[in-house]
Design a protein around this ligand. Structure first.
Ligand SMILES: C[S@@+](CC[C@H](N)C(=O)[O-])C[C@H]1O[C@@H](n2cnc3c(N)ncnc32)[C@H](O)[C@@H]1O
Length: 281
């Protein structure tokens, strides 16, 4: 019985291809054959959750652009792996190089704008907020600092906005920082922490699909686009890099993920360390 059910629901080559082109059109994410099983499992979770009979029926449902299930489907497809102070060298660079320079050169305006472009469940923008608060201390009250955190996936954004995490997500953060910026729950909530309001006050979370038009005008001083370009093809990556450059101020910093790098041909970007690029002009 189980085998028959599984067969009935497995994704054949054609179905997988149809799905890949739909995912690509909506998100820019390129799914390759080796992901077929993973995609199947994630979709089956949705199929079961809404009690639908088969994959074909599910595909018909999400093919309607107005379908309420479409965002759930896209949420199920995205990979949201992240952590606090992931690729810590970026936060070190901000603390020891970028922020002192920014304070020196922009101390008059006292304005700082950072965009975390694929912020997932919030660990990245909260790590940025900790870095800013730790660097500026009480001087931050004289500054207009704002972090914009966006993601396509509405479920991860909800988690990010709530700012509540399992304690194990923060246990590797130095204790001093942990105690200062996270509040440990008590009783039934003792295995959870909540980020401090001071961090939340610096961040605006918004849903944004990088494939669509961007409403922001910039300029940003720092743009983090980490561990999302890898899901896109080269033309999409190039298009996005061009758009980031248009929103980044001269001498602003673009940070990419560990397996992402800028191909040669971007003369206006100068590499300042591992996946750290400064816009020269
Ligand atoms: C692996 S996470 C990276 C999180 C974080 N930047 C980091 O490096 O830890 C990739 C994120 O990109 C988001 N994403 C994928 N396609 C997107 C798109 N077209 N527009 C905006 N976000 C997208 C996913 O929802 C996911 O949360």
């Amino acid at each position: 019985m189980e085998t028959a059910r599984a067969d009935q629901h497995s994704l054949n080559k054609r179905e997988f291809e149809d799905l890949c082109s739909m995912v690509y059109d909506y998100t820019g994410i390129v799914l390759v054959e080796s992901k077929r099983e993973m995609v199947y499992r994630r979709i089956m979770r949705r199929v079961r959750a809404i009690g639908i009979g088969s994959f074909s029926e599910y595909f018909r449902l999400i093919s309607d652009p107005n379908s309420e299930e479409l965002p759930n489907f896209l949420n199920a497809i995205t990979t949201n792996l992240t952590s606090f102070f992931r690729e810590n060298h970026h936060f070190d660079y901000l603390k020891t190089d970028f922020l002192p320079e920014h304070e020196r050169d922009y101390g008059q305006d006292k304005r700082l704008r950072i965009w975390s472009t694929a912020s997932s469940t919030g660990e990245e923008p909260y790590s940025l907020a900790i870095t800013l608060r730790e660097y500026f201390g009480s001087r931050i009250n004289n500054w207009d600092c704002k972090i914009l955190a966006t993601d396509l996936d509405t479920t991860v954004l909800e988690t990010a906005i709530n700012g509540i995490y399992k304690f194990e997500r923060v246990e590797n953060i130095p204790e001093k920082i942990q105690k200062k910026w996270f509040l440990r729950g008590s009783g039934d909530n003792s295995e959870y922490v909540k980020v401090s309001q001071d961090l939340q006050d610096l961040i605006t979370f918004k849903q944004l699909n990088l494939m669509h038009d961007w409403p922001m005008r910039g300029p940003f001083d720092v743009i983090m686009c980490r561990n999302v370009l890898i899901y896109f093809d080269k033309p999409t990556q190039a298009k996005l890099l061009g758009k980031f450059m248009g929103l980044l101020r001269v001498n602003g910093v673009l940070m990419l993920g560990h397996s992402e790098s800028i191909a040669k041909g971007y003369d206006e970007l100068e590499c300042r360390g591992k996946t750290i690029y400064v816009r020269r002009r």
